[in-house]
Design a protein around this ligand. Structure first.
Ligand SMILES: NC(=O)C1=CN([C@@H]2O[C@H](COP(=O)(O)OP(=O)(O)OC[C@H]3O[C@@H](n4cnc5c(N)ncnc54)[C@H](O)[C@@H]3O)[C@@H](O)[C@H]2O)C=CC1
Ligand SMILES: O=C(CO)COP(=O)(O)O
Length: 325
């Protein structure tokens, strides 16, 4: 297949490497001229994915039209930029596979809804799971959820993209696959806070379990299926990013837990910690749906500048409740 990849960050570049290893013709769109030049001239992306020798089958360009002349498009821009990039992408009706993790600010829309609005003729899918880009690019074993409304189409797509070390599991739950990836980024910040504030491993395990309860409540309210949230793209990714400083979201939380301010931590980063953008959107969307999300609200408060000790105190002072209320 000819595969267009939108986004030359760590994940777009790692996915380009996977697709090239599968024998596909890969056209990577990146917005930075230095990223395009580095990939084409030196087979590397030192800005976003250092230390990986890239396949010669990857051709980079800053021209969206070049990525559009393909059989399949992977959308891997930060979530808040997905609509603008999709709006500029020429419409050829090929499938769009969303690989970014987030919820659109303002509209509270999932990226599948954004993509369907911008490209109504394209079948829409989601590829999401526990996938640190560096490990995927190095060919380490990885499994993901690949969801499309037509599960047979998802299974065919999974077959076309699979490698011995890259295993997509087909699903028809597009919303569930998206919500897991978006919410876990916020919860990974919370787990980083626990680490940074030295609250211990019991607290982190409690947060993962109560965070998963939040993810499930919100997901069910938006039409996700519980088993998808308990799968690779939900619980799987939650466990990965809640336990490792390889996660940008966890690392952001670590700094917040140490008492540093979000503005300072976000100021000079070129890489994206999506949870910082998702947290306020998620809280607003949850409030609109009548879903309680205390952990996500605590993260949003910290990101808005609240003091870490006060936020932890508020969370621990909540009235006791039933585990499955
Ligand atoms: N890095 C990872 O391990 C994984 C990342 N993801 C998701 O993939 C998405 C992209 O993340 P990364 O590739 O890690 O990014 P990154 O943090 O490596 O790089 C930042 C990216 O943002 C892009 N960008 C900045 N401003 C932009 C704008 N105005 N319009 C369009 N693009 C803009 C840059 O060009 C660059 O590609 C995110 O939603 C992330 O959650 C998903 C799975 C794994
Ligand atoms: O989504 C990811 C792994 O599945 C990457 O997590 P971070 O964005 O927190 O690094």
């Amino acid at each position: 297949m000819r595969i267009g990849i939108l986004g030359g960050g760590a994940w777009g570049t790692a996915l380009a490497q996977v697709m090239a290893a599968g024998g596909h013709d890969v056209r990577l769109w990146a917005r930075e001229a230095d990223v395009v030049a580095a990939i084409n001239d030196t087979r590397a992306n030192p800005l976003f994915l250092p230390g990986i020798d890239l396949s010669p089958a990857i051709r980079a360009s800053d021209d969206l039209a070049a990525a559009a002349e393909t059989d399949l498009i992977l959308v891997v821009t930060p979530a808040q930029h997905a609509r603008a990039v999709l709006r500029d992408l020429p419409r050829h009706g090929q499938p769009l596979l969303l690989c970014s993790k987030g919820i659109e600010a303002g509209s509270h829309k999932l990226l599948s809804e954004v993509a369907a609005e911008e490209h109504p003729a394209s079948p829409i899918g989601v590829l999401s799971g526990p996938t640190f880009a560096g490990e995927v690019a190095r060919g380490l074993p990885t499994a993901v959820t690949l969801a499309m409304a037509d599960e047979d189409a998802a299974a065919r797509m999974a077959e076309a993209l699979a490698l011995p070390t890259f295993r997509p599991y087909a699903s028809d739950d597009v919303i569930g696959a998206e919500i897991g990836g978006a919410v876990k980024n916020v919860l990974a910040i919370a787990c980083g806070v626990v680490e940074g504030a030295g609250l211990g491993q019991n607290a982190r395990a409690a947060l993962i379990a109560r965070g998963f309860a939040e993810m499930t409540r919100f997901g069910l309210a938006r039409g996700a299926r519980a088993e998808t949230l308990a799968g690779l793209s939900g619980l799987g990714d939650l466990v990965l990013t809640c336990s490792s400083t390889s996660s940008r979201n966890f690392s952001l939380g670590l700094g917040l837990g140490q008492g540093r301010k979000a503005t300072e931590l976000m100021a000079d980063r070129r890489t994206v910690a999506e949870g910082a953008f998702t947290a306020p959107v998620l809280c607003a969307a949850a409030a609109a749906a009548g879903v309680a999300m205390p952990v996500s609200e605590a993260v949003a408060a910290l990101l808005a500048g609240a003091e870490v000790g006060a936020v932890i105190g508020t969370l621990l002072a909540r009235p006791l409740t039933r585990e499955h209320a």
